[in-house]
Write a protein that binds this ligand. Structure first.
Ligand SMILES: [Zn+2]
Ligand SMILES: [Zn+2]
Ligand SMILES: [Zn+2]
Length: 289
């Protein structure tokens, strides 16, 4: 009799679990009203202030002139997704009090966008979560070089646990978010920008090919890199970024990946056209899905 009861209880438990799973799946894929975009960092590869620099921008006391390396976090239904994990990833996760991640998506393999990946170990240990990393074959090859110990056949205990999911120019889904890659160029290096609903993020580009503009129609918010005023071989200057922003015609444009050479946040922000803004670390935007 006792065994019978136990068996029934087990069936009920399994049934309940299945229901819970179904319920969870339903929640997972339901439409969300908005997403929160958090600018984890808005600085160029060396960050601002630059080590040993004594310029007025690096000496500024305005918090908006303190720029960690560029990346953003998208939060939907309390679930977090990050685009890039630069050298300041640990500090950014601590500052924003992030307790879990659903996925990490990479734009390209430059050090200032991947260097912090080792710190996913905290999420590995605490949440028992293998980092779900989405990137192209080319970026995956770079990750395997840079973090060879994490991908070695003979694993040392305590190394980062990472699952690589290879993406190409086609749409892909991470949790409840659908990412549409935008192929842009960073001198000769292919870089992915991403459109997620009415939001698009394009960092490290000095060229958006003609055919990609189609994917950037009707945006509520676009983020573009704007390094400095002087010409640069692999980044948009502020003027170039403004021209691209005018062409895209999003309701709001936010500039990121900013160098100390651009000027003080307050001065530059004042001269921007309507609907265009300089992003800063810790800035949060609500974007309709
Ligand atoms: Zn960069
Ligand atoms: Zn400086
Ligand atoms: Zn780069």
């Amino acid at each position: 009799m006792q065994m019978y009861t136990k068996a029934i209880r087990n069936i009920i438990t399994i049934k309940k679990l299945n229901e819970m799973k179904l319920h969870r799946t339903k929640i997972y894929f339901r439409n969300f009203a908005h997403m929160t975009i958090t600018f984890l960092g808005t600085g160029t590869s060396q960050g601002v202030p630059l080590i040993a620099c004594r310029c007025p921008i690096c000496a500024s006391v305005d918090a908006r002139d303190k720029r960690l390396r560029s990346s953003v976090m998208i939060t939907v239904n309390k679930r977090n997704y990050v685009i890039d994990t630069g050298p300041d990833f640990r500090q950014q996760m601590l500052r924003e009090q992030v307790e879990s991640l659903e996925g990490i998506v990479f734009t390209h393999e430059h050090k200032d966008h991947i260097a912090g990946l080792d710190d996913v170990r905290a999420f590995n240990f605490i949440n028992n979560w293998r980092a779900q990393v989405y990137c192209t074959e080319q970026v995956a090859a770079a990750l395997k070089r840079e973090f060879a110990y994490a991908f070695s056949d003979r694993k040392y205990p305590g190394i980062p646990e990472i699952d690589l999911c290879i993406i190409d120019e086609r749409k892909f889904t991470v949790g409840e978010l659908e990412f549409l890659p935008i192929q842009v160029f960073h001198l000769h290096l292919p870089v992915f920008g991403f459109r997620i609903g009415n939001f698009a993020y394009i960092t490290d580009a000095n060229l958006i090919p003609e055919e990609e503009f189609e994917k950037l129609r009707g945006l509520e918010v676009v983020v573009l890199n704007a390094l400095r005023r002087e010409k640069h071989p692999s980044h948009f200057t502020l003027d170039e970024a403004v021209a691209i922003a005018n062409r895209i015609g999003a309701k709001q444009t936010w500039f990121t990946h900013i160098s100390h050479q651009l000027g003080l946040h307050e001065d530059v922000a004042r001269e921007l056209p309507a609907g265009m803004f300089l992003a800063y670390d810790g800035l949060k935007l609500e974007v309709g899905a």
